[in-house]
Design a protein around this ligand. Structure first.
Ligand SMILES: [Zn+2]
Length: 169
């Protein structure tokens, strides 16, 4: 059969799906993500500095936080070829040689904190999926539904996006 350029029916459907991952703390990458800032509920100054009580985020400025799920470990395929190097082994977070000094490649966070981030984020995604699917249904039915605050806020921010970006003139 030749390759088709037509999308699958799942791809064409307008249902909003939460990411299909096993671990919402790291989205199956092995490194705990902080795109939504949830990590700062636990580690206030992670990838950030607090100046006069205001959080200024600088993504990537701190060490990676290594997840506790299987995605953080080495993976092999059926021929015992390593398909993922992994950030942990049985002794803990791996380290690397930096100018002759061993340094851990990331930090080993509290397990309960990671479990809680996973559960919170999973629940938030489920709620978002429910909200968005209900909105889409209403729009399809010809209604003009009120946007949830988090969508309304982003929509408003995008209207002034030209002021956020530097001018090249
Ligand atoms: Zn994980």
């Amino acid at each position: 059969m030749s390759a088709s350029h037509k999308r699958s029916s799942l791809d064409r459907d307008t249902t909003f799906y939460a990411p299909k991952v096993a671990c919402f703390a790291c989205y199956d990458s092995g490194i705990v993500s902080n795109g939504d800032g949830l990590l700062n509920d636990y580690l206030t100054d992670y990838d950030a500095t607090v100046i006069d009580g205001v959080l200024h985020r600088h993504g990537g400025s701190d060490l990676a936080i290594i997840c506790h799920c299987t995605a953080a470990y080495e993976a092999q395929d059926f021929e015992s070829q390593t398909t993922r190097a992994g950030f942990r082994d049985s002794s803990g977070v791996k380290s690397t040689d930096i100018n002759g000094r061993q340094q851990a490649i990331g930090v080993d966070p509290d397990k309960d904190m990671i479990r809680e981030i996973h559960r919170k984020r999973r629940d938030l995604w489920q709620r978002s999926a429910k909200d968005l699917n209900s909105l889409r249904q209403q729009v399809r039915a010809g209604m003009n539904p009120q946007l949830p605050h988090y969508i309304a806020t982003v929509k408003q921010q995008l209207q002034s996006v030209d002021q956020l970006l530097p001018s090249f003139e």
